[in-house]
Every structure is written in C-alpha cells, then in structure tokens.
Design a protein around this ligand. Structure first.
Ligand code: 13P
Length: 341
C-alpha cells in the first residue's frame, strides 16, 4: 500500500458512522491528578489495569473507532499478556499515540504557551508506528485573557501544529491537529468564538504552507463555550450555532472529520452539545464526532476506584457513555436516555 493509501485507510476507519475516539493519553502527571481525585494510587500497574479495563470493555468497539494512547501504554499488556495496542487492533479499534511533550511559556508572548517535541519527532514516529500506532495527536493550547492569545502566540502555535502534521504524514501516521482554546476564564461565548475563528484560520493557513494533505488529517477543536467562570452555561443549541459558525468559516470541506475534545465540560453536557452540533448541520462536509478524555472517563474512574471487584460495573459505565456519544454523533441522543437503564 502507498503511504497515501495507508493514510486514507486509517482516516476511513477513524471516521466511521456512529463512532468516535477515546482520548486515553493522559501524561504521567495528568493521570496522577485524575487518579488522586478518586483515591487511586498512580502506579504503572494501576495505569495498566485501568487502561486495559477501558480497552477490553465488551462491545465498546461499536462506538469507538480509535484510542489515543500515552507512550507508556504502547508497551503495556492486558491481563492475558496481549500488548494493549494489539487488544485494540483485534477489536477493530485503531491505536493512536500522543506525540507532543507538553507545553512551556512562549518567550516574547506573556500568557501564551507553546508545545514542545518537534526535535527528533520523525524517529519517534517511526518507533511508534512499529509498535502499532496508526495515528497521532498533538495539542496546542490558547488561554483567553485581556491580552491573550497574542498574534505571536497564534502564529507560532499554528506553525508548530503544521510541522507536526507534515512530519506525521511523511511517516504514514494520520495527524490529529488539536488547537484547544481553553474554557478557563470569565469571558463571554462571543469572545471564545472570535478567538477560535482566528486560531483556526491561522492553523489552516499553516497546514497549507506546509503542504499537509487536508484529506488525511482530523481536526480536534474545542467547542465554542462561555468561560467557566462567566456564569451559567450556554444551552446546547447556542453552543452548536456558535461552533458551527466558526467551523463553516474556517475549516475546508476537504477535512474528513472534526472530533471535538471535551475540555472540562461535564459528561452529559459534552454529549448534549455534540448532539446539538450534529442536529445543527446534518449535511456537514465533515464527520462531527468526539475525541473525549474526561467526558468519557470521569464516571468510569469514579466507579472503578482502583478495585478489581468494580471492573465490570466500570466497563458498563464506559460502554454507556460511549454509546450515548455514538448516538450524539448522529444527532440521535436525548437527555432522557441518561435516566434509562
Ligand atoms: P478532554 O476531552 O478531557 O479535554 O481531553 C481530550 C484531549 O485529548 C486533550 O488533549
């Protein structure tokens, strides 16, 4: 298979109808924070047990097309000795890998940050591919403040995302391009809309300059939301209208899929908003789906609590959230389903 055919095959598998992506790529400090919130010790064995709980959930493959892994997980094994990426591949789920190495302050742009990890990226991508990864993820973040993000921050982050995406396609991995406008702050929804539009325009300009094939990427944006500290949440139809306005203006129709991050929304909120987005644009040129971390996992972690006797119950919770988001991805979710068995 040519590299292009290979990328096309991976994209087609990731955007299948009714399915989305599970982001289970929390770095060591982040998973430690998630574990601490429910009293689980952050050991390699607990991380392995937790991720195998997720990946061996019976029937989850009906709603999950891909899973983003953290580097450590690529080399870990399920209880029966099967490498975790192979557990996924056998279930028809595409294994992916987070390849950015975290963010640092961006010099010259106080309040903005930039993500590291471009040095040596090609060699790392070859290694990850050898371990079974077929797609990758890189996240840039944008904080909204009175003076942020700056023009410099927007330009630099776009450039880095484009260099990462070009490197991925050269190595046969589909890049998930993730510009996350953070929910933190007391700004109104309109300000988030304005920032997200600027960010996406810069990202697609950079992708074009770096000769990235848009047909072979997935975009992972944040939804357009009011700041977390701004007061009441916006209704799903308001979030959907603002989010779709931005996407229609900035995302070329060649992009096959838009898989939103949950970014601090509650699990039910993230599902309801995704559903409203699909209802708001049934003829969208892109698949409108999810690539959720917290919104899929929070209730699972709470149920599991690190105890083997809770694994089956926790898998049921994961299956349910995956199923409801699979419905939302088709505009077929209803809030009353949350209360049904
Ligand atoms: P959340 O859905 O928890 O925002 O995580 C998605 C993700 O992968 C962030 O990089």
């Amino acid at each position: 298979m040519s590299v292009d055919d290979d990328l096309q095959d991976t994209v087609a598998r990731l955007v299948r109808a009714g399915k989305g992506i599970l982001a289970a790529d929390e770095s060591l400090p982040t998973i430690a924070k998630r574990f601490a919130a429910v009293g689980i010790e952050a050991t390699a064995e607990n991380r392995r047990a937790y991720r195998s709980l997720l990946f061996t959930t019976p029937g989850a493959d009906a709603f999950i097309s891909g899973v983003i892994l953290f580097e450590e997980t690529l080399a870990q094994r399920a209880g029966d000795g099967t490498p975790l990426p192979e557990v996924l591949a056998r279930a028809g789920i595409v294994p992916g890998i987070k390849v950015d190495q975290g963010k640092v302050p961006l010099a010259g742009a106080p309040g903005d940050e930039v993500t590291q990890g471009l040095d040596g990226l090609g060699a790392r991508l070859r290694t990850y591919r050898g371990l079974g990864a077929r797609f990758a993820k890189w996240r840039e973040v944008y904080t909204i403040g009175p003076h942020n993000p700056t023009l410099l921050g927007i330009a630099v982050n776009a450039e880095v995302l484009a260099r990462y995406a070009a490197a991925c396609q050269a190595e046969g991995l589909v890049p998930i391009v993730e510009p996350e406008v953070l929910i933190d702050g007391d700004h109104p929804l309109e300000r988030c809309e304005e920032v997200t539009l600027e960010v996406l325009h810069a990202v697609f300009d950079a992708l074009h300059r770096h000769r990235v094939t848009l047909e072979h990427i997935l975009l992972k944006p944040s939804m357009v939301l009011p700041g977390k500290a701004s007061g009441p949440k916006a209704a799903p139809d308001v979030v959907a209208a603002a989010t779709l306005r931005v996407l229609k203006r900035a995302v070329p129709a060649a992009v096959p899929g838009i898989n939103f991050l949950s970014g601090g929304q509650g699990p039910e909120e993230a599902t309801a908003n995704l559903n409203a987005i699909n209802l708001g644009f049934p003829t969208a040129p892109w698949a409108l789906s999810f690539s959720y971390g917290r919104a899929l996992q929070e209730p699972v972690l709470k149920t599991w609590e690190g105890k083997p006797e809770n694994v089956v119950a926790a898998q049921r919770v994961f299956h349910r959230r995956a199923r409801l988001n699979g419905l939302a991805r088709q505009g077929a979710y209803q809030p009353r389903m949350e209360r049904e068995a």
